[in-house]
Design a binder for this molecule. Structure first.
Ligand code: NAP
Length: 503
């Protein structure tokens, strides 16, 4: 791979981290980030060191306690979020181009993610302005109140698949809650988080707030992420990533008795009942798993089709999957863009090889695409497999790539038993015209989110999170801010008489 200068139009941030309120090059090892569509290096980013994490945490603790921030009323904190939203909107095109270059994702998708990031800040500002604290029913001569206070310093650790959106999903409620934040982007895709950090610094500067309220700390998870989790000043960590990393992190957090929110992996079932609108279901199943090239925690990667419909549906699906357009994220015609990294592409390919060895039929894809235009990128064809039992590894393990496994089911009990025979419980899709069946299945399935006759639609006003090994806690919604606060009860005595012991 020959290093070539990055596209001049790309707003590649300088090789600097945001540490203790100032931008400077991290003192740790350099990492080269690569454009997965071409294999070309994009930028070098030096990691923060463990000592720099401690320095950032100390400065963040001071910033969180700084009266310029601590004494702001909620509606005043909301001004910061609104300003960040404006800056994201103004830089939207550049942020989307940067994220496409760094993650490989289609530009159509990264534009939507950037817009959703701005929307997240705006929604959270509105939720903050209108959040209420409760006067609870008193049971004596006192008035009781339940109020919410900042935690202080929180850690936000994110994966590589949708950085701008996942960063916003943590930064907006954490700042709204009155905290300072230490943000660690994924090692493969730090660029958009660094660019977003510059916008947040600008907003903090403009409003006269301490810039150490945000640190952006690139580097390896096992070093920088671990240091954030273990730092005594960090009072909560919000993590999005794989289940085994989440488990490791939760163990470390338990040592400090620190709360964590964990948004983890999935192996979500998409269900097609015999009476489904087949056109809608075909489009929904394909979008549900192959958009983002399957690199989505909520990818509908297990397809359950009613046995009566199975052969026709899966046959037609295979035809259509073969026609999906694979190409670079910058091409507006692309439906399936490259995977984030060549190493990840190889891991996805290894799963398909494993499925073959376990006896799967490969109905579509199952290979790297051929052709000069694909030679240097991390491409993999959208793949449809069947012929395996639900217990097969590719039916149970998260592949996080464009791979769909189809299975038939006999009746509702069989469906629910198969769908729930998974360690995960993140999402589920149901395609049917029978609203009663949809209701029954939706209520029986172990999943944090169920989509009925739609899939992979998101609203910031609706809580999101997983069951079982898919996670702990919920993000988004009005209560999203509360995940970054501590609840306190106040009792105000109203009696004119002393308490009984005075006698
Ligand atoms: P990952 O390997 O678990 O990494 C996630 C983040 O954790 C990265 O920033 C990583 O840093 C960091 N990390 C790694 N080890 C750590 C440690 N010991 N302590 C603290 N931080 C550590 O996940 P990924 O491969 O980047 O992302 C894919 C996974 O994310 C999939 O399982 C997917 O389902 C899940 N995901 C879940 C959701 C959701 O909302 N439920 C959304 C998106 C993705 P490095 O990059 O340096 O390794």
């Amino acid at each position: 791979m020959t290093p070539t200068p990055p596209d001049e139009a790309l707003p590649i941030p300088p090789d600097e981290a945001l540490i203790a309120g100032a931008w400077r090059r991290g003192a740790g090892a350099p990492t080269e980030t690569v454009d997965p569509a071409t294999g070309r290096p994009l930028a070098t980013v030096h990691a923060a060191t463990v000592e720099e994490v401690a320095e950032a945490a100390e400065a963040a603790a001071r910033a969180a306690a700084d009266p310029r921030w601590r004494d702001l009323l909620p509606h005043q904190r909301a001004r910061l979020l609104t300003r960040i939203a404006e800056l994201i909107d103004a830089e939207g095109g550049r942020l989307a181009a940067l994220q496409t270059a760094d993650t490989g994702k289609a530009l159509t998708e990264t534009r939507a993610l950037v817009a959703s990031a701005a929307g997240t800040f705006r929604y959270t500002a509105a939720a903050l302005e209108t959040a209420e604290e409760a006067i609870t029913p008193a049971r004596g001569a006192y008035v009781t109140m339940s109020v919410y206070e900042p935690i202080g310093v929180v850690g936000a650790i994110n994966p590589w698949n949708s950085p701008v959106a996942s960063d916003a999903q943590k930064l907006a409620p954490a700042l709204a809650g009155g905290n300072a934040v230490l943000l660690k982007p994924a090692d493969w895709t730090p660029l958009v988080s660094l660019a977003l950090g510059r916008l947040v610094t600008r907003a903090l500067d403009e409003l006269g707030l301490p810039t150490a309220l945000l640190a952006v700390l690139p580097g390896r998870g096992s070093v920088v992420g671990d240091a954030i989790v273990r730092d005594p000043r960090v009072g909560k960590v919000s993590f999005t990533g794989g289940t085994s990393t989440g488990r490791t992190l939760a163990h470390a957090a338990a040592e400090k008795l620190m709360p964590v929110s964990l948004e983890l992996g999935g192996k979500s079932p998409t269900v097609v009942l015999a009476d489904a609108d087949v056109e809608q279901a075909l489009a929904g199943v394909m979008f549900g798993v192959f958009s983002s090239s399957g690199q989505s925690c909520i990818a509908g990667s297990r397809l359950f089709v009613a046995r009566a419909l199975y052969d026709d549906f899966v046959g037609e699906l295979a035809e259509r999957v073969r026609k999906l357009r694979v190409g670079p994220g910058t091409d507006p015609a692309t439906q399936v863009a490259p995977l984030v990294h060549h190493r990840h592409r190889d891991a996805v390919a290894a799963y398909v090889d494993l499925a073959r060895a376990e006896g799967a039929r490969v109905l579509a894809g199952g290979a790297v695409p051929e052709g000069e235009e694909y030679a240097d990128g991390a491409y993999y064809l959208p793949t449809l497999l069947d012929g395996l039992p639900n217990s097969a590894r590719v039916c149970q393990e998260e592949i996080f790539g464009p791979v769909l496994v189809a299975l038939p089911f006999d009746d509702e009990d069989d469906l629910v038993a198969q769908a729930d025979a998974s360690v995960y419980g993140l999402a589920c899709g149901i395609w049917t015209r029978d609203h009663r069946a949809a209701w029954r299945i939706a209520r029986r399935i172990d999943a944090g989110t169920v989509w009925i006759n739609t899939y992979k639609q998101f609203s910031i006003s609706t809580p999101f999170g997983g069951m079982k090994d898919s996670g702990l806690g919920r993000e988004k919604g009005r209560d999203g801010i509360r995940q970054y606060q501590r609840q306190k009860s106040l009792y105000w005595g109203t009696s004119e008489s002393p308490l009984p012991w005075a006698n």
